[in-house]
Design a protein around this ligand. Structure first.
Ligand SMILES: Nc1ncnc2c1ncn2[C@@H]1O[C@H](COP(=O)(O)OP(=O)(O)O)[C@@H](O)[C@H]1O
Ligand SMILES: [Mg+2]
Length: 424
């Protein structure tokens, strides 16, 4: 068989980095060379906790565990633990084939394969590719997408957007009928506004979901999750927010990632959350992030502050889209202008100010997307929904958000944002 060059194989794997749990730096370096570069491998302390947190935050392509020398016992415990907690994970032992006992220990602990540190490095990528393919054949897990909605403070319209979008998509008329449906993670603050807007109750919360992470399956989700009339499944924050202290960020993100196995689309409402470490982790785990903001000075400055905090946490905010909400035309401050100032992409579909219509629907305990599909807010939302999954929800030429910024506006906006610019 002709071997593929490393770079080609890496591209084929669509590689996210692998983790290497080892006490020996030279072994990590050997693996990095074998896999095509240092960016392909992250060294990690071989303990269950560090690994669990890391895997929860960003699922690696594979986890390599060192079984060489004195690390064999620790490697075995780690492999057994990971196999139990993350059954889908690709686990590969590394060590010296000359240490036959170590190889046996690794295989008994449940690794998928073993790499000999004395063997040819060129075969490791090929092995990863073969194992990955085989895994997919055995266990095809179709993964849904996660859309995270951010709002720098309460009141910007995130929950309204999240609920209407969920209902629109679930009912199949927005942007194509989803396969397994839409889940709304109602995690913004003020808490449980999504439930309120959907006129629903739920006894099962996000914290319950985290506690049941290991036994999550279709049946549990179907019975436990509250369902809106549209069919949207809703997972809210607990009524008692102090319960949140009992769950780690890593497990929370792990729950969101696990749920992608059961839903086509998860819409995570993170509007108004002040726990930026958590927001950063969810945003990084999401396939797409929309930042909701309106034209008010307060909203724009808060958003700049939020983005600056996220940049400080290495979150690639330049890929996020700005969804301008409550748009008032003719005020001389459009979607493109605000997006440019904030360093975001501008969505081509700002959502118009429709306070009276939204209130009218709410007064009936319903969503505007249910009561009036021809309303401009719902129409704009449907157009926005059609951009989902295209990677880029912007269209530089198509913004119809009013006249370009006049010079005085631009200067004043620069002034408001000055403290949040230049901070990386
Ligand atoms: N496009 C809009 N036009 C007018 N009012 C809006 C719009 N979007 C949201 N609102 C109103 O703003 C208020 C706050 O919205 P909400 O979705 O709860 O914000 P958040 O979740 O960001 O705190 C609600 O009364 C809602 O009806
Ligand atoms: Mg909200």
């Amino acid at each position: 068989m002709t071997k593929m060059p490393s770079s080609l194989v890496a591209a084929n794997l669509g590689l996210t980095a692998s983790l290497c749990a080892s006490d020996v730096r030279a072994h990590v370096d050997w693996l990095a060379t074998a896999l095509g570069g240092p960016e392909q491998v992250t060294a990690i302390t071989p303990d269950a906790r560090s690994l669990g947190e890391r895997i929860g935050a960003t699922p690696p392509r594979a986890v390599f565990i060192d079984f060489s020398g004195e690390q064999a016992g620790q490697g075995a415990r780690l492999a057994a633990h990971l196999r139990r907690e993350w059954p889908d994970l690709l686990l590969i032992g590394i060590g010296h084939a000359s240490e036959t006992q170590a190889t046996l220990t690794a295989l008994r602990a449940g690794v998928d394969d073993f790499v000999d540190l004395g063997g040819p490095p060129g075969e490791v990528l090929q092995m990863l590719l073969t194992l990955g393919n085989r895994r997919q054949e055995v266990r095809p897990v179709p993964r849904g997408r996660t859309l995270a909605l951010l709002g720098a403070r309460g009141g910007l319209g995130v929950s309204t957007l999240a609920c209407n979008l969920a209902a629109l998509l679930q009912s199949g008329r927005g942007a194509g009928m989803p396969r397994q449906g839409v889940a709304l993670l109602d995690m913004g603050l003020p808490a449980r506004d999504g439930l309120l807007y959907l006129d629903m109750q739920s006894g099962f919360s996000f914290v319950d979901g985290v506690h049941n992470l290991r036994r999550l399956d279709q049946t549990l989700l179907q019975t436990a999750l509250a369902q809106h009339a549209s069919g949207t499944a809703v997972l809210p924050l607990p009524a008692d927010l102090t319960q949140l202290r009992a769950v780690s960020h890593a497990d929370s993100v792990a729950l969101i990632q696990r749920m992608t196995e059961f839903f086509d689309l998860q819409i995570a409402d993170l509007g108004g959350l002040s726990n930026l470490d958590f927001v950063a982790q969810v945003a990084q785990a999401a396939d797409e992030v929309w930042v909701v903001c309106d034209q008010s000075i307060g909203a724009i400055v808060s958003t700049a502050q939020l983005l600056s905090e996220l940049r400080d946490r290495q979150v690639p905010v330049a890929n996020f889209s700005l969804v301008l909400n409550r748009l008032e035309k003719g005020v001389g401050l459009g979607s493109e202008d605000i997006a440019r100032q904030l360093g975001l992409r501008a969505s081509a579909h700002p959502l118009p100010a429709r306070g009276a219509a939204l209130l009218g629907a709410a007064a009936q305990g319903r969503l505007l997307a249910e009561t009036d599909r021809s309303d401009p807010y719902v129409q704009a939302l449907a157009a926005l929904a059609r951009t989902l999954g295209q990677g880029q929800s912007h269209d530089a030429g198509a913004a119809s958000s009013g006249p370009p910024t006049s010079a005085p506006w631009s200067q004043r906006m620069n002034g408001w944002l000055a403290p949040w610019k230049g901070r990386k």
